[in-house]
Write a protein that binds this ligand. Structure first.
Ligand code: NAD
Length: 498
């Protein structure tokens, strides 16, 4: 792939470049090289893609759910066939390690496996004789053309949170991937075509705000799934719902890891580091605040710094022996590094400074630990989205729960303890929607909903699990009464006697 490669859109089953569109550079974050040009489609170009999806909707919506599921069975085989190659694409355009990319492909594959069971999940309810001779039933219909707008940090997995469920529920789906990582999306489109998905059922349009605005406005779009930062999630939710769309919008996060004095410290340190530095901190479920409870604080900080300093940081493309890769863009690295200056200015202690290890070629920064962060400091309140772990010291569990209550986000939180009572208190009372007990990243798998709270989610029905199926369908309820034919009966029709 070269800097002049033009990333195609997918419309009506055909990949095509958009010559008229402005373009943006796609980078390999490991090297800093430009590896492709992605089109930024304008409103008219975006509308064409939606129209083609709309044309495919009616036939696909009435295709048997069993047939729709079979596409997923075939897709499953193709993902397994291309597993490592797909991971390579993710690593090249995102910069995460190959091990992290493989894990991402695996999570996406599980969404396909979930969708293979769609005939069961689309079954409705019936109740005979709900009133007199009346029978009641509900059936699930496709919601209609659905759109997915996805972030850069999981180029394969997050689109796959949406696509298999939306499609098997009978919807044509239009993906607008992050313009920073458009290449994995193209591979998903190629695999869906190879799996035998009819033309137009899955489309890809590339772009930025202009393209998204058209998707939110277009009258043929029925539902919008968004994953990204909180400010954009809120705006997508408000605009989409104002335009009559069904919207689920997952936003940013600030996730707490509570380390109790009785925790197994060696294991907890490894888990906290994995949570904070996995994918270079660019995960919505990354632990970004370690809350050290009571006497554990000094040993925790010392061991964390020692452990983090052993991690091998470097370019990931073509290199399997790296523990942590680069950030997505040079500007993002500068922004993340800037939080270390903010920490010093606000009076926190930068105990491990990853800036020393930066490489001018790629967008690298090493793991960082900032101790003695106060809950009101910017480091404790803002999503940094990089390998900067803040340590907040708390007197006891109640103080740790209070820190959680101050947080405007509410994606995930974990506790490390051997005390069942403390674990239960935490599970019941911590102000977040996804909870881990001695688990570093409590991200639910395909069969469970991704239940972010507060400003980490806008909407009613979450992504994944049964809520995903509910989001991509609408119910129809039918009440039925059949009268006995007068000609065939020697008795009065039932209704006459009522
Ligand atoms: P982002 O909000 O910048 O972009 C997300 C998507 O929105 C992209 O497709 C982008 O093109 C589009 N977009 C950007 N600006 C827009 C605008 N002004 N109007 C309309 N559309 C716009 O997010 P990102 O930087 O790509 O991803 C990182 C963010 O995503 C982090 O905040 C992270 O926490 C969040 N995230 C959340 C979850 C979750 O489940 N809650 C999962 C993954 C990532």
């Amino acid at each position: 792939m070269t800097a002049s490669f033009h990333v195609p859109c997918l419309t009506a089953g055909k990949f095509h470049t958009v010559a008229s569109a402005k373009t943006a550079d796609v980078f390999n974050p490991s090297t800093g090289d430009v590896i492709a040009q992605v089109p930024l489609c304008n409103a008219a170009e975006t509308a064409k893609v939606v129209s083609a999806a709309s044309d495919a909707q009616a036939a696909w919506g009435t295709t048997s759910p069993v047939e729709r599921a079979r596409v997923m069975f075939r897709l499953r085989q193709l993902i397994e066939r291309d597993f490592d190659e797909l991971a390579t694409v993710v690593t090249r355009e995102h910069g995460k390690t190959m091990a992290e990319s493989r894990a991402e492909i695996q999570r996406g594959l599980e969404m396909v496996e979930f969708a293979c069971g769609i005939p069961n999940m689309l079954m409705g309810n019936t109740l005979a004789n709900i009133a007199g001779t009346v029978d009641a039933e509900t059936v699930r219909h496709p919601v209609g053309v659905s759109v997915g707008i996805t972030p850069y940090n999981f180029p394969f997995m997050v689109p796959m949170w949406m696509i298999p469920v939306a499609i098997t529920c009978g919807n044509a789906f239009v993906l607008k991937p992050s313009e920073k990582v458009p290449l994995s999306a193209v591979r998903i489109g190629e695999l869906l075509m190879e799996a035998g998905l009819p033309a137009g059922v899955f489309s890809i349009v590339h772009g930025d705000k202009t393209c998204v605005d058209e998707l939110l406005r277009h009258p043929d779009v029925a539902a919008v799934s968004f994953v990204g930062s909180t400010s954009i999630a809120r705006s997508i939710y408000e605009t989409g719902t104002r335009n009559g769309k069904r919207v689920q919008a997952a936003g940013g996060a600030k996730n707490h890891l509570i380390i109790m004095p009785d925790a197994n410290l060696d294991q907890s340190v490894k888990a906290v580091a994995a949570s904070a530095y996995g994918c270079a901190g660019q995960r919505c479920m990354a632990g970004s605040i370690a809350v050290a409870v009571g006497s554990v604080a000094d040993s925790l900080v010392n061991q964390l710094c020692d452990h983090a300093a052993t991690l091998c940081v470097g370019p990931t493309d073509g290199n399997e022996d790296v523990d942590m890769g680069p950030l997505i863009r040079r500007e993002h690295r500068e922004r993340v590094a800037g939080y270390l200056d903010i920490a010093q200015a606000e009076g926190a202690d930068v105990t491990l400074d990853g800036r020393c290890e930066t490489d001018p070629e790629g967008f690298l920064i090493g793991p960082c630990v900032v101790d003695r962060v106060q809950p009101e400091m910017r480091l404790a309140r803002e999503e940094i989205f990089g390998p900067v772990l803040s340590v907040v010291r708390a007197e006891n569990l109640e103080a740790a729960l209070a820190i959680g209550r101050q947080c405007p986000f509410g994606n995930g939180a974990s506790i490390f303890t051997q005390d069942g009572y403390a674990a239960r208190e935490f599970k019941q009372h911590f102000n977040a929607g996804m909870i881990g007990i001695n688990v570093s990243v409590p991200a639910p798998m395909a069969w469970f909903p991704f239940t972010g709270w507060n400003q980490s989610f806008f909407g009613d029905l979450h992504i994944q699990g049964a809520e995903g199926v509910q989001f991509y369908t609408r119910q129809k309820t039918t009440l039925t009464r059949w009268f006995r034919s007068i000609d065939e009966s020697h008795q009065d029709p039932v209704w006459k006697s009522q």
